[in-house]
Design a protein around this ligand. Structure first.
Ligand code: OOB
Length: 552
């Protein structure tokens, strides 16, 4: 066994890199399935997962291990096996981990959809991955996922199984699947794929990110060392569990790797999270910047004891220095900024960094072998301290998206560096400061919106001639989306609310519906005749400033 170039669907790590990553001890030759077994053997009775919903459930490591084994056997009996894709769309419930570890054990690949995704996204994930199964909750946050499943199942021929946590309706109850554990003949190996994560994306449809057991497990134990996670830690999962940040930075999987306890919050709001912190003695959690702001404000008046909290990780979008400075006084814990991406590279400020570094930078990479380049538009390396495009390569950063050779040719350099689309600067201490973004994406408080994806949907409107989606500044989310629309000549006039409704009805996650729609006669153009999004962003920002000034 040498490199990992043996995936059919995505470029693996070239042999010389894989050998180096193993020789240096980053890749430990572990798999997720075995990892859980080892923890369960070592400390069977320790609590692994706390799910406070309903009556409240506390699964020990032994119970989670047995459940994963039983579900694995049941899935195999239904014909779901190694290499099969399974789209997983669950809220923060204990079954998330039962399913994920069962799939890890048999080598089927979870595809991590978010609870916010709707018909268009789910259909794409199921069809594009030729998924064999789709796992959902019955109803969550008032939304009935079973109806969504019925529609998607009718359209995707490979999709044979819909498994439901709760009342299955016309589908199959997840609770009916488990069977007597069996020996798994063809268990996955450490260098093989473990799952497909979603990219935030800047193209028409989200790309899929293939991660291996070896590379992802390295990012877990590497994160645990940096964030001080050990068997005594209690991690609160407040963000949607499927997202890469709460999953692995250090996240729920990092906590389980350490033999620690995972507490699931059904929602991240202080009224739900603060009582859980007190009751379970939570020691660390991760939040996106808007939530971190809400928490720092709510902490002042809370009757709950938050003193167990040692570390608050904040990432997913830029956290302003001003807000960052408020964390320690308000919550009494250390702030750790995280600048990461589902494609791989994760940076953390260190717990013992000076306060100024913690509040003004987005951290430095996990690994000594994370290669960082800051380049100009022509890929020339810039002098230290200059602002430019971030390119990266390393022991847990992918070498290509799944089944996307054409896209990969542009998204990676010939020698395998990933073009992050982020514009950064490196400080003298090797910390990164995120200065902006070159990719055509809106970062709505950590939720990523690919401009092109929304533009394609709006273009389908019969009255729309052209559209450009850009970010606009927002005090709470950092950015929101604004769609500039040129109507067809002679078309029926359209109201902005109708455009929003049109997008929503196309079956997209609510966070992708444009926050604002502006109608214009024509777009400003760049020197070479392309739509100048820079000018559009400046125009909407100026407009918002004027409105705010008029209000004051
Ligand atoms: C995380 O992952 P994704 O894949 O949803 O988004 C990655 C992108 C980055 O390329 C960057 O544009 C932005 O999100 N981002 C930040 C940031 N953290 C992420 N921009 C500014 N400051 C930050 N601290 O968002 C993600 C994955 C793992 C850990 C943390 C976040």
């Amino acid at each position: 066994m040498t490199g990992t170039k043996d995936f059919d669907d995505a470029p693996g790590y070239p042999a010389e890199f894989a050998e180096r990553y193993r020789a240096k001890g980053y890749w430990r030759g572990e798999t997720f399935g075995q990892m859980l077994r080892d923890r369960a053997e070592k400390h069977p009775d320790r609590i692994a997962v706390v799910d406070p919903a309903g009556e409240g459930r506390r699964w020990t490591y032994a119970e989670l291990d047995l459940r994963a084994d039983r579900l694995a056997a049941g899935l195999l009996a239904r014909g779901i096996g190694k290499g099969d894709r399974v789209v997983l769309q669950l809220p923060n419930v204990a079954e998330f981990f039962e399913v994920v570890f069962a799939l890890f054990r048999i080598g089927a690949l979870p595809v991590f959809a978010l609870p916010a995704h709707r018909e268009t996204e789910i259909r794409h994930f199921c069809a594009f991955t030729e998924a064999a199964a789709y796992v959902i909750a019955d109803v969550a946050e008032g939304y009935d996922y079973r109806e969504l499943a019925t529609k998607v199942r009718a359209e995707v021929p490979t999709l044979k199984h819909v498994l439901v946590v709760g009342d299955p309706g016309e589908h199959t109850a997840l609770a009916d699947v488990p069977a007597e554990p069996v020996a798994i003949a063809d268990a996955p190996r450490p260098h093989e794929l473990a799952f497909l994560q979603l990219s935030g994306g800047s193209t028409g449809v989200p790309k899929l990110i293939p991660r291996t057991h070896d590379d992802y497990i390295y990012s877990l134990w590497g994160s645990n060392e940096i964030c001080g996670v050990d068997e005594h830690s209690v991690f609160l999962c407040a963000l949607p569990a499927a997202h890469n940040f709460p999953l692995s930075s250090p996240g729920t999987l990092g906590a389980l790797y350490a033999g620690a306890r995972v507490v699931l919050a059904p929602r991240p709001s202080p009224d739900v999270a603060f009582p859980l912190i007190e009751a379970e003695g939570v020691t660390l959690t991760g939040l996106v910047p808007p939530l971190a702001l809400v928490w720092t404000e709510a902490a002042a008046a809370t009757p709950h004891d938050l003193s167990s909290l040692e570390v608050l990780l904040v990432g997913g979008a830029k956290f302003s220095e001003e807000a960052a400075r408020r964390v320690r006084p308000a919550l009494g814990c250390t702030l750790q900024q995280v600048f990461g991406m589902a494609e791989g590279l994760v940076n953390y400020t260190r717990l013992d960094d000076p306060e100024d570094t913690i509040v003004t930078t987005q951290g430095r990479p996990i690994s000594p072998d994370d290669e960082i380049r800051v380049v100009d538009d022509e890929d020339n390396d810039l002098p230290q301290g200059a602002t430019g495009h971030l390119l990266t390569r390393g022991p847990y950063t992918i070498r290509g998206y799944w089944r996307a050779p054409e896209h990969n040719a542009g998204a990676f350099t010939a020698d395998g560096f990933y073009r992050t689309g982020d514009v950064v600067r490196l400080t003298e201490t090797g910390h990164l400061v995120v200065e902006g973004r070159a990719k055509d994406q809106i970062n709505r408080g950590g939720e990523k919106v690919a401009a092109e994806e929304i533009e394609n949907h709006i273009l389908a409107h019969p009255s729309v001639h052209d559209v450009a989606v850009v970010s606009m500044p927002d005090a709470y989310l950092g950015e929101r989306t604004c769609a500039y629309v040129v109507l067809r000549e002679g078309a029926e006039p359209v109201k902005s609310i109708a455009v929003k409704k049109f997008v929503r009805e196309r079956g997209l996650a609510a966070f992708k519906v444009p926050d604002r729609v502006e109608f214009v006669e024509a777009f400003p153009q760049t020197g070479i005749g392309k739509v100048s999004k820079k000018d559009l962003r400046a125009a909407i920002a100026a407009r918002l400033r004027e409105t705010a000034a008029a209000r004051d």
